[in-house]
Design a protein around this ligand. Structure first.
Ligand SMILES: Nc1ncnc2c1ncn2[C@@H]1O[C@H](COP(=O)(O)OP(=O)(O)OP(=O)(O)O)[C@@H](O)[C@H]1O
Length: 622
């Protein structure tokens, strides 16, 4: 009865005539893993312990198995038993001390395998402001090869939407924990859909059903089961599946503290443990029974719990399975399923295609942020207030005018810096996910990011200057205005570059913000306005200060040799005014300042780029 009901739900949710493209896998892949061992260096010590020892901890202790095309494997085990670690290792995304042998049709992991592998992480990494359709279409445009036309890619994305029963929410935004969007189950299906687009031969899923109600979980696993039947190899970690779900898996791998306690057909697991004298209590959910055993607990028929020796289970399985696994390995060795490069090079699409798709996606996703009323309001308010405070200040109030120029230097040093600092830490998960699936080049991503941010980075300071400049009575000629504007835009882009570099180096928002505020304060203090008699040993700081060079250029854009200001002796030459004398404004210093800023403009971005190169190559386990 329950089965009929679930089938009905399944058929209603997912169209019966599923697109042909999802029926059959491209190339079957047999995944074999032998004696996989993974070790980490664990810091053993705490806040109050004096000696922090670095100890080697073994997470996976010789795990072996085989998953063939058409099979769906469930990895079960208590929390912390190593399921995610094993899945990540098998998905070719684990660096570090990984030993053993993992092969895909008897070949090691390669780019071709990478591009034919789908990996769905436990947390959904999606852009919250994009709709379901946009998310899948952008992924299709980036991940599918150039042999398909743009229209074909869009059609495929639509097919996946149909296949996964997402039609009713296709135009809703994805959302996240802070922004209301589609439901958790729908979001999970979008993540799965992104991987299905490439019609993967191998599909890895880390707890695809966690946090979902049993009906939704059932739907997802049932779709995955259909996909497996099309010749794909599917592996997933799963927490306590219901008995209905349990029997949908062809194979089960039960882990206990990094050891295999059982690997084989799900239906034979109970028999295996019964033979050892551990038969489940009547009507017990098989996965509950297996997880209890992996935790070292056996519940007998009379519902009494017994503590059992896990080591015994491990050794029993080892001796039992060794022979059988060898046999299986032998049989599959005969399987001829070599992967061949499908003509396409290292990347599915060209640099310019990647750039334009990423640019469009960036603009769509970030328009809410870039053009936020709050941000524009903030700039307008500061512009008006400073315009009013410095209203019509002229050469008779030199100190005020110089103060305004330094204030603009400071404000437009901090503002873009703190906007830019979040860019890469916020994007880290997405970049890791997309780069580890070989979706695009870092250079196309990086360039699109720079270009997408550009309009707002340039428009806001321009509006600011248009308001403040004329209200404050700075020199109202085109040449002076544009020289000031050019300096302002250059300094904004440099500060933005510094923010990007710090964000990319630290990859953590909090640390990057702290570092940036300290650095910018130092730059401002060394800028030449606040302190004029700086001790020699620290005077060099100004040479790396964005504010110092910007301030110099601002002075050069307003004043010229021959200008005078009212002083106690009547009129004094402008270059004698102390804050100006301190930094100087002859043409040589102006050129040096401009060149220094241009070098920083490029240099900071290069630092950011090289710092990002480490992302998505080997994934950290978080
Ligand atoms: N980089 C790491 N640093 C420290 N410990 C790690 C690291 N990677 C994995 N571990 C440890 O390895 C063990 C296995 O982790 P893993 O995430 O694979 O477990 P799991 O079975 O997937 O657990 P869960 O079901 O709770 O997600 C845990 O004890 C975890 O703390």
């Amino acid at each position: 009865m329950e089965d009929i009901e679930s089938q009905r739900i399944h058929k209603e949710s997912f169209r019966e005539e599923s697109p042909v493209v999802l029926h059959k896998g491209k190339r079957p892949v047999t995944l074999k893993f032998e004696d996989v061992v993974y070790k980490i260096n664990d810091k053993n010590g705490g806040l109050f312990k004096k000696n922090v020892k670095v100890e080697e901890k073994t997470i996976l202790k010789g795990v072996s198995g085989v998953v063939e095309p058409g099979e769906m494997l469930a990895m079960l085990g208590p929390s912390g038993s190593g399921k995610t670690t094993l899945l990540t290792a098998l998905g070719g995304r684990l660096g570090g001390k990984l030993r053993g042998k993992i092969t895909y049709n008897d070949q090691p992991f390669s780019n071709v395998i990478k591009r034919n592998t789908g990996f769905v992480t436990q947390d959904d990494v999606l852009y919250p402001h994009l709709t379901v359709t946009e998310t899948l279409v952008f992924t299709a445009l980036l991940r599918l090869p150039n042999t398909l036309t743009k229209q074909a890619k869009v059609t495929l994305a639509k097919n996946v939407i149909d296949q996964l029963g997402l039609t009713k929410c296709e135009d809703s935004i994805v959302g996240n924990s802070r922004l209301r969007g589609v439901s958790g189950g729908e979001r999970k299906r979008v993540s799965i859909g992104q991987e299905l687009l490439i019609n993967p031969s191998l599909l890895f899923l880390d707890e695809p059903t966690s946090g979902l109600d049993s009906t939704t979980a059932q739907r997802i696993v049932s779709t995955l089961s259909d996909l497996a039947k099309g010749g794909r190899t599917i592996l997933m970690t799963i927490h306590q599946p219901s008995s209905r779900l349990y029997y949908m898996f062809n194979k089960v791998l039960l882990l206990a503290e990094g050891n295999v306690v059982y690997f084989g057909k799900g239906s034979e697991a109970i028999q295996h443990f019964s033979n050892m004298g551990y038969a489940p209590a009547l009507a017990m959910n098989p996965s509950d029974f297996l997880l209890d055993l992996a935790n070292g607990i056996y519940t007998d028929d009379a519902k009494h719990d017994h503590v059992i020796d896990k080591q015994k289970l491990i050794s029993a399985f080892k001796s039992n399975s060794d022979e059988q696994l060898k046999l299986e390995h032998h049989e599959i060795n005969d399987f001829d399923g070599r992967f061949e490069e499908s003509g396409s090079g290292k990347w599915p699409t060209s640099w310019s295609q990647q750039f334009f798709v990423l640019l469009r996606r960036d603009i769509k996703e970030r328009k809410y942020e870039s053009f936020s009323a709050l941000r524009i309001g903030q700039v307008l308010v500061v512009a008006l207030i400073s315009g009013l405070l410095w209203y019509k200040s002229d050469m008779s109030h030199m100190q005020d005018q110089i103060g305004l120029l330094f204030f603009i230097t400071g404000f437009w040093g901090f503002f873009p810096l703190f906007q830019a600092i979040f860019t890469f830490p916020q994007e880290l998960m997405m970049l890791e996910k997309e780069r580890s699936s070989g979706m695009y080049r870092l250079s196309s991503y990086f360039t699109s990011r720079m270009v997408a941010d550009l309009p707002m980075e340039l428009v806001l300071p321009t509006i600011f200057l248009l308001i403040t400049y004329f209200m404050a009575g700075l020199k109202a000629t085109a040449i002076h205005f544009f020289q000031t504007l050019f300096t302002l835009l250059l300094s904004v882009l440099v500060a933005q570059g510094l923010g990007l570099a710090l964000g990319a180096l630290v990859l953590d928002q909090k640390s990057a913000t702290t570092l940036a505020s300290v650095l910018m304060l130092v730059f401002l203090l060394a800028g030449g306005f606040y302190v004029q008699n700086v001790p020699k040993f620290i005077a060099w700081v100004k040479f790396i200060s964005i504010s110092y060079y910007t301030y110099q250029l601002f002075i050069g854009s307003q004043y010229h040799t021959g200008d005078t200001y009212p002083c106690s002796e009547g009129q004094c030459p402008i270059e004698e005014f102390p804050p100006i004398k301190q930094v100087g404004f002859d043409s040589k210093t102006q050129w040096i300042a401009a060149m220094a800023l241009v070098i920083m403009l490029i240099g900071y971005r290069l630092i950011a780029y090289f710092a990002l190169m480490r992302v998505g190559i080997t994934k950290k386990l978080a």
